[in-house]
Design a binder for this molecule. Structure first.
Ligand SMILES: Nc1ncnc2c1ncn2[C@@H]1O[C@H](COP(=O)(O)OP(=O)(O)OP(=O)(O)O)[C@@H](O)[C@H]1O
Length: 679
């Protein structure tokens, strides 16, 4: 869009000379006037020739007018430079001074040449004005200029009138009068010119004012122009943006149209589909309603059957409960028949590192009896000492962990049913106690403790079906040198054995960490921690594991909300210290050996006292028997697992162990009673 406004670099200036030009003109006029007056005065005293000279000058001037314009123009130019009058006159040649003063001025020198401006005589102001007016350089409508012309004309006329015909040379009086008249006329002329001069000055002031107003206007216009220019620029960029946006929107519209068409199409398809499905649903609703009616009828007939079945179910539940009771009673009876203190004997196999060592001679007479003799006896002619021992079960070296646990699981079942159970692993160092109780991770090699926990969790599900909920707690401790050590706590604390109730049927250990077990994995973690703690202690005391009793205590708390019954079974799995006899001098030196011997011997005494049904059972003579008191008394089932090394070098210790186990097996603790409490 092309602006109609003038270009931004347009400058509206009035040169400083313009302002000074007028006064120069005025000065020139004044000078001329003075000159004229002087001339006039002089002419009163001068001869007529002077007048003639003046006329001559005038005519010369007129004659000059007829000369070539080029010459006159040059003269004008020269005159203008010298005298401001011409310049001032030229300045006002424009029709509109306000607007075109400067351009006209700038062109003055060059444009005047071809227009044939007559030279303005500096001495004759009126002539200069006339000359300027006649040349067309001053086209101003200025009233002052016009007036000046008229005044000059009038003045000239008046002068002519007043002066009249020139008197003769000799008529001095007449000449004086003539000169006086001429002077009067010139005075009048001076007055008129002065008046004209004032008018011109006023006009100049007014022009100056309008010039400054116009300048302000021009500045304002300039600002407005630049503002509008900026606006135009910003509008242009907006138009560009809008054009782009319009194009983008057009594109989007096109895409939307396509999408709309596609959606409309799929909507139509969906509509048809919905209509089909609605019909289908309607049909199905009718069918459902029909089925509901049928069902309602069926329900009515079934309710009777359901009630009958519910009654039968209740009867069956009662029957199951009764059967469970009977099963438990039978199970317990079987256990009692098997004996409340049972002894199993396990002979471990020869391990690779013992390849060069001799083995004892062990004959397995049946699954409960074995016969043992030293290897050398088989080759000598000595009369063999009969070393035959019978136990509840004998496990030869090829027996697996699973074989042993099959028998043990019956006792775990008893613990779940609320009996206290104690399992001892007894035997000399290296006979396989730890292997039997803990074993190694893996289905084949894991020992009695992890298997017991797995069995408990498996059986718990069956018990849950009968309404029992179980909570399992576990603690691991060690009795070393007649001191209890918590194997689940890295901090060493002092522990005591206290009675849990006034009857003394249950005991607990002070400061002992008891961990709630929610999965077999959790118990395995506890077992690992206990092994780690035991190993740490072993670094302080050589062969520590062989010289301490390790006890894993698992407490099973069963709750039957329907029967309002709670049954608590305690399971103690004990890995006893090595039962070997140390040499006398060595034993005398080592306090721990004394304690081991003491506790193992006391275990024998307790069992014997139980066997003989003595009134006093010396449970408190050692920490071990004191701790295991509830599991050794009447209300318990005890399993002694005798571990025997097959090595010939261990024969004597094996014989001792077999004798000890045999004695225990013969101990009768009477009928045990189940721990039953009411909630
Ligand atoms: N039934 C078995 N089958 C295979 N290896 C066995 C068996 N019983 C024991 N062992 C191995 O015999 C070695 C000694 O067994 P273990 O450490 O269990 O004896 P221990 O009586 O616990 O000894 P300690 O009283 O010193 O702890 C171990 O290397 C063990 O792996």
């Amino acid at each position: 869009m092309e602006s109609r406004l003038p270009k931004a670099n347009f400058q509206f200036k009035v040169p400083a000379r313009t302002a000074t030009a007028a006064p120069s003109s005025i000065n020139a006029i004044k000078a001329n006037l003075t000159a004229s007056t002087s001339d006039a005065k002089a002419s009163t005293v001068k001869t007529v020739e002077t007048s003639k000279n003046m006329s001559a000058t005038s005519s010369a001037s007129k004659t000059d007018e007829n000369k070539a314009p080029m010459t006159r123009t040059n003269t004008l130019t020269t005159q203008s430079k010298v005298n401001g009058i011409a310049r001032g006159a030229v300045k006002r040649t424009g029709a509109n001074v306000n607007n075109v003063i400067e351009p006209k001025r700038a062109n003055l020198k060059t444009t005047m040449k071809p227009t044939g401006i007559r030279p303005v005589r500096p001495a004759t102001t009126i002539g200069a004005l006339r000359s300027a007016t006649a040349s067309g350089a001053v086209k101003s409508t200025s009233a002052a200029t016009k007036n000046l012309r008229v005044a000059n004309a009038a003045s000239t006329a008046t002068t002519s009138k007043t002066t009249g015909a020139k008197p003769s040379k000799w008529d001095l009086k007449g000449r004086l009068e003539y000169t006086n008249n001429e002077l009067t006329a010139l005075k009048q002329k001076h007055k008129d010119v002065t008046s004209q001069f004032n008018d011109i000055q006023e006009e100049i002031i007014s022009l100056r004012e309008s010039e400054s107003t116009n300048r302000l206007k021009a500045e304002t216009l300039e600002k407005t122009y630049s503002k509008i220019n900026d606006e135009i620029k910003s509008l242009k960029s907006k138009i560009d943006e809008l054009t782009k946006e319009r194009d983008r929107l057009s594109e989007e519209l096109k895409e939307s149209k396509e999408l709309y068409e596609e959606t409309a199409k799929s909507l139509e398809e969906f509509k048809n589909d919905v209509e089909t499905k609605a019909t289908l649903i309607k049909n199905q609703t009718n069918e459902i309603a029909q089925l509901k009616e049928e069902l309602e009828e069926h329900k009515k007939s079934s309710t009777k059957e359901i009630n009958e079945l519910t009654a039968k179910n209740n009867d069956l539940s009662d029957l199951v409960m009764d059967l469970d009771k009977d099963r438990r009673a039978l199970h317990n009876a079987i256990q009692e028949l098997k004996g409340n203190i049972r002894v199993f004997c396990r002979i471990r196999p020869k391990i690779p590192k013992e390849a060069s060592k001799n083995l004892c001679t062990i004959n397995y007479l049946d699954e409960c009896t074995l016969e043992i003799s030293k290897a050398e006896d088989a080759y000598s002619n000595k009369v063999k000492q009969r070393n035959e021992f019978s136990f509840d079960r004998v496990f030869p070296p090829n027996s697996t962990q699973e074989d042993v646990f099959k028998e043990l699981s019956m006792l775990v079942q008893s613990a779940l049913e609320g009996y206290n159970v104690c399992v001892f692993a007894y035997g000399q160092t290296g006979s396989g106690k730890t292997y039997t109780m803990e074993g190694f991770p893996g289905t084949e090699t894991e020992g009695m403790i992890p298997r017991t926990v797995k069995h408990i969790f498996k059986e718990m599900k069956h018990f849950e079906m009968l309404g029992w909920e179980y909570k399992i707690e576990a603690s691991f401790l060690e009795i070393y040198n007649e001191q209890i050590v918590d194997l689940l706590d890295y901090q060493r604390k002092s522990h005591d054995i206290r009675m849990a109730d006034s009857k003394g049927t249950d005991l607990y250990v002070t400061n002992l960490l008891v961990q709630e077990i929610n999965s077999p994995e959790e118990l395995n973690q506890c077992l690992l921690m206990a092994q780690e703690n035991r190993a740490m202690a072993a670094t302080q005391s050589n062969e520590r594991s062989s010289r301490s009793h390790s006890v894993a205590r698992i407490r099973l708390i069963g709750t039957h909300s329907g029967k309002q019954e709670v049954c608590i079974g305690n399971l103690n799995l004990v890995d006893l210290a090595g039962s070997e006899r140390l040499k006398n001098e060595e034993a005398a030196r080592i306090a721990e050996t004394k304690n081991i011997n003491k506790s193992l011997a006391n275990l024998g005494h307790v069992i014997l006292a139980l066997l003989q049904k003595q009134d006093h059972i010396p449970y408190r003579n050692s920490k071990l028997t004191h701790l295991l008191m509830p599991s050794l008394g009447g209300n318990s089932k005890t399993l002694m697992l005798l571990n025997i090394s097959p090595l010939d070098e261990a024969f004597n210790e094996s014989l001792n162990s077999l004798r000890f186990g045999f004695n225990v097996n013969n101990c009768k603790t009477g009928t045990v009673k189940k721990v039953k409490t009411t909630m």
